[in-house]
Write a protein that binds this ligand. Structure first.
Ligand code: PA5
Length: 341
C-alpha cells in the first residue's frame, strides 16, 4: 500500500461505518440466546475492535465481554458463550486455533473477516460469517472491523443505541478530518503539530480506565505500525500506583519523552484530579505534555475522535521520518517464518 492509499483510508474511515450501517447485519434466529459471556478473539488490528466493544459494553451491557488474543479459549467458554472470531485476512494462526477451541467447547460462533480460511471453515461448520471488504491493511479497516461487532450486539439485544452512536461517530469524524487531512498545513493542522512533537522522542500515551484506554492502545499500535517507532501506553488511575514513580532517572531519556494525555469529559472526577496532579509531577522532567480532548456525546464518537487524531498523527510522524507508513514488513516476516515451521 502506498502513502497515498493510507491517506485515502484515513479520509475514508467515516464512510466505512456508513457502508456497514447501510448494509446492516442479519443473523439467523439461532443466535438469539441469553449468553452468559461474550468473547471477541483476534490479534492486532483485528483485536482492537474487541477492546472497543468491550469498553462500550462496560457502559451499556448486562453481560461480560472479554477480548482473547491467544491460541486457546478461556476455560469458562461453553454453550452459553458467544464467540466472535475476528480476522481481517482470515488466516491468522492464533485466531484459527482459537476458533477450533471455541467450536470444541460448544460456543455459538460468528466470524468477521474479509475471507481466508476462517470464512471457509466457519461456513462449512454452519456458523454465521460477516464478510467485510478486503484489500486494506487490517489497521486501515478499523471501521469495517468494528461496526459489525456493534451491530451484532444491537441485533442480539446486548446493547441498545449502537446504530445511533455509529451515526454520530460518522458526523464527528467527518468534522474532525476537515482540520487534519493532508491538505491542511502545519501549524493549523493539530495532527501535524503533534507529529512534530513526537519526532525524535518517545511518546508515552496516557488514557483512563474504561473511557480512553482503548484509544491509548490504538495510538500506541498506530505509532508502532505507521511510524515504525517505539511507544508505550498506560491508564489512570493505575499509572498513579507505579509508573508515576518512574520519572526520576535516567534524566536524558526522560527529557525525550512526550506525554500524550487522552481526555474524556466523562472521566471520573477523581481521575480528572489525578491527571492534573500527575502533569505537575512529570512536567519538569519531560520534553512536552500534550492533551487531547474527546469530541462528541456517545462513547463511540468520543473513542473514535481520540483514535482518529492518533491515526493521522502517526501517519504524519512516518512522513516526518521520511518513511512509508503502510508496510509492516516485520509482521509479514514473522508470519512467513512461522508458516515455514
Ligand atoms: O496490523 C496488522 O497488520 C496486524 O496487527 C494484524 O491485524 C494481525 O497480525 C492479525 O492479522 P488479521 O487482522 O489478518 O487477523
Amino acid at each position: 500500500m502506498t502513502v497515498e492509499k493510507m491517506a485515502e483510508y484515513l479520509w475514508g474511515l467515516p464512510e466505512q461505518f456508513a457502508s456497514i450501517l447501510e448494509q446492516g447485519i442479519s443473523l439467523p434466529v439461532k443466535y438469539q440466546h441469553n449468553y452468559s459471556n461474550i468473547v471477541v478473539t483476534g490479534l492486532g488490528g483485528s483485536a482492537i475492535g474487541g477492546d472497543i466493544i468491550r469498553t462500550y459494553a462496560l457502559q451499556k451491557a448486562q453481560v461480560p465481554v472479554i477480548v482473547n488474543r491467544d491460541y486457546d479459549m478461556p476455560n469458562f467458554v461453553n454453550s452459553d458463550s458467544l464467540v466472535l472470531t475476528v480476522s481481517y485476512s482470515g488466516n491468522t494462526e492464533e485466531t484459527l486455533s482459537a476458533y477450533h477451541h471455541a467450536r470444541t467447547q460448544g460456543a455459538a460462533i460468528i466470524a468477521v473477516t474479509s475471507g481466508g480460511k476462517l470464512a471457509d471453515i466457519a461456513r462449512q461448520d454452519g456458523y454465521g460469517v460477516v464478510k467485510i471488504p478486503g484489500g486494506l491493511a487490517p489497521r486501515a479497516a478499523t471501521g469495517y472491523l468494528f461496526a459489525p461487532l456493534a451491530l451484532i450486539f444491537e441485533e442480539l439485544g446486548i446493547v441498545k443505541g449502537a446504530k445511533t452512536d455509529l451515526k454520530e461517530t460518522v458526523q464527528v469524524l467527518k468534522a474532525i478530518r476537515e482540520g487534519i487531512h493532508p491538505g491542511v498545513d502545519f501549524p493549523e493542522n493539530q495532527a501535524r503539530v503533534i507529529a512534530r512533537e513526537m519526532k525524535d522522542s518517545l511518546p508515552i500515551i496516557w488514557g483512563s480506565s474504561a473511557r480512553s484506554e482503548t484509544a491509548a492502545m490504538r495510538w500506541k499500535t498506530q505509532i508502532n505500525e505507521n511510524a515504525k517507532s517505539p511507544t508505550y501506553y498506560n491508564i489512570f488511575p493505575e499509572l498513579n500506583h507505579n509508573e508515576i514513580v518512574g520519572f526520576g532517572m535516567p534524566k536524558d531519556l526522560l527529557a525525550r519523552l512526550v506525554i500524550i494525555i487522552l481526555r474524556d469529559p466523562a472521566d471520573h472526577p477523581q481521575v480528572k484530579k489525578r491527571i492534573e496532579i500527575s502533569k505537575e509531577i512529570v512536567r519538569s522532567h519531560v520534553k512536552k505534555i500534550v492533551e487531547i480532548q474527546a469530541q462528541g456525546e456517545s462513547f463511540l464518537a468520543k473513542f473514535y475522535s481520540l483514535a482518529y487524531m492518533g491515526d493521522y498523527a502517526s501517519f504524519y510522524l512516518a512522513l516526518e521520518y521520511g518513511i512509508n507508513p503502510s508496510p509492516v514488513e516485520t509482521i509479514d516476516y514473522l508470519k512467513a517464518e512461522l508458516a515455514k515451521a
